[in-house]
Design a protein around this ligand. Structure first.
Ligand code: SF4
Length: 343
């Protein structure tokens, strides 16, 4: 009888707060010959300079991964950089339950800026509820403890949640997983998101049925909650519009941290049990043009949940998340709305 193969141990991941001496020392000690550098959209303009710094500091060959990257779930694959023996990934924390394909150096680009006392005063002036849950983007996590202390000195009760195995840190926001916040939802009256932009406030609003305020730590600006009811209503209307769809496409990504083939197969079975056709489509980075001209009535996307929620309008047919698909089949109720948490 043959014995099953023993899986190879995962290559190591390393975490650094900034792109600086500590990272360069570690890379010099490890001595990779070829490094692939991945930068998020906000650093694309400086990618060339960053690559030059890495090259100079380490003596390794450095290439820049040009494909747009949205998270630590889609670091450069073996096919994209077959000869790279190390990867430097900027702007993201590792996702603990996603296996990397080569030694990977995550540089979280932490920014310790922001005055906790001034920010707590801004929150007090904004009239937020007393019991708050605090969630932060990775870049601003270092400000969480002093901000919690300052808010509590002002009389507030502030909680942070730990989340599941997809989150590296307590209080961390990840666009597909707000389980830290969800674990607190029954104990707080509102959430405060510490960071910039609307991506996380929108995700949080889908995930927790509480008002989500946003605090920009560097500008000191406090934004009122977005209209959760309107976001959810839009999605429910999309679901209602495809309730009778016969031909479904189920989308599966090959990215290491976005591949939910088991979910896709389970959804396919569920669809067929309800008398629907359901075809699986595989891709790496989803492009709306790839779905044009197909005899499909609607799609369900098992890759990044934010594609359907944030970019659904770009697609030629309605695009649902897995829980929304179950709502369309009648297997889940429309209320309460369920965010597609990626575990
Ligand atoms: S699945 Fe989407 S939201 Fe989650 S880490 Fe990847 S890009 Fe970000």
């Amino acid at each position: 009888m043959s014995t099953p193969p023993v899986p190879e141990p995962a290559p190591p991941s390393f975490v650094f707060p900034t792109l600086g001496a500590e990272l360069f020392d570690a890379l010099r000690a490890a001595g990779p010959q070829r490094i692939v550098l991945q930068v998020p959209a906000g650093l694309v303009r400086t990618a060339h300079d960053l690559a030059a710094r890495l090259r100079e500091a380490t003596g390794a060959r450095v290439t820049v991964a040009a494909r747009a990257c949205f998270g630590a779930c889609d670091f450069p694959s073996r096919d994209e950089a077959p000869k790279a023996d190390a990867a430097v990934v900027l702007g993201h924390a590792p996702i603990p339950n996603v296996r990397v394909v080569r030694p990977t150096y995550f540089v979280e680009m932490r920014d310790p800026g922001g005055d906790p006392e001034a920010l707590a005063a801004t929150v007090a002036a904004g009239g937020l509820p007393t019991r708050l849950g605090l969630v932060a983007s990775v870049q601003h996590l270092d400000l969480v403890p002093p901000l919690v202390a300052a808010l509590e000195r002002g009389g507030r009760t502030v909680r942070t949640g730990r989340g599941d195995r997809r989150l590296a840190y307590a209080a961390q926001a990840l666009g597909c997983n707000y389980t830290g916040a969800e674990s607190l939802a029954g104990e707080v009256d509102a959430f405060l998101f510490l960071g910039t932009g609307r991506f996380h406030p929108i995700g949080l609003a889908f995930a927790v049925d509480r008002p989500v305020w946003s605090l920009d730590p560097l500008q000191g600006r406090l934004d009122p909650p977005i209209d959760r009811a309107s976001l959810v209503r839009q999605r429910q209307l999309t679901v209602a519009a495809v309730r009778d769809a016969r031909r479904w496409g189920i989308l599966v990504s090959s990215f290491a941290g976005q591949n939910r083939m088991a979910t896709a197969l389970a959804l396919q079975e569920r669809a067929q049990a309800r008398g629907r056709d359901a075809e699986l489509f595989v891709f790496d980075r989803l492009d709306p043009r790839d779905l044009e001209g197909r005899a499909i009535d609607a799609y369900v996307n098992t890759a990044c949940p934010r594609i359907a929620l944030d970019d659904g309008a770009l697609y030629p047919r309605p695009l649902l998340t897995p829980p929304e698909f179950l709502m369309a089949l009648g297997d889940l109720p429309l209320e309460p709305y369920r965010f597609d948490t990626y575990h």
